[in-house]
Design a protein around this ligand. Structure first.
Ligand SMILES: C[S@@+](CC[C@H](N)C(=O)[O-])C[C@H]1O[C@@H](n2cnc3c(N)ncnc32)[C@H](O)[C@@H]1O
Length: 158
């Protein structure tokens, strides 16, 4: 049986309270969210996302609702994660990116570009308390993301 690595170092546990949640617990916690909350566009914020254990479970559940690569981007655009350590942010982005590319291996270069933009925009490195304070006082929260419709026209994901 493969064991999950729940800490990277004692120093990180001491300095950042970094102990990852086992996937079994992540699933059990996500199961507590009412079924009607699971839509493509429902928003999730993980303010201490670590390397993305909750983010990937949330995205996996949303991907099951997606019909195409555009839906897959919309589902991702409504997931936000913050962690104070850059390596965690990089890992979380990579895990989410791999999920999208596995679901839509034939997506075009525009989708791939958007995928990277959404991940840069939504999975952020910083102190979540300071970031959320700033969001609370900013009118202009985050830059909109552009998507290409089936008709070839570009539009904004809100
Ligand atoms: C207990 S771990 C949980 C990680 C992840 N949510 C999970 O369940 O696997 C806490 C995480 O919070 C991050 N962290 C600690 N202080 C933070 C802060 N002020 N802002 C954002 N992230 C922080 C740490 O780097 C660590 O990855």
């Amino acid at each position: 049986m493969e064991t999950e690595r729940l800490i990277k170092s004692k120093k990180r546990v001491r300095d950042f309270a970094e102990v990852y949640t086992p996937s079994r617990i992540v699933k059990e916690m996500c199961n507590l969210i009412p079924a009607e909350k699971w839509t493509i566009e429902s928003t999730f914020l993980e303010p201490a996302c670590g390397n993305g254990n909750f983010l990937v479970e949330i995205y996996a559940r949303k991907l099951k609702l997606c019909a195409d690569e555009r839906d897959g981007l919309k589902a991702l655009a409504s997931i936000v994660g913050i962690d104070i350590q850059q390596d965690n942010v990089d890992e979380a982005r990579e895990r989410l990116k791999a999920m999208y590319l596995e679901a839509y291996p034939d997506c075009n270069s525009f989708c791939k570009w958007l995928l990277d933009e959404i991940l840069k925009n939504n999975i952020i490195c910083g102190d979540s308390l300071a970031i959320m304070d700033k969001w609370a006082t900013d009118n202009n929260l985050r830059d909109p993301v552009i998507v290409e419709g089936a008709d070839g026209q570009y539009s904004f994901l809100s």
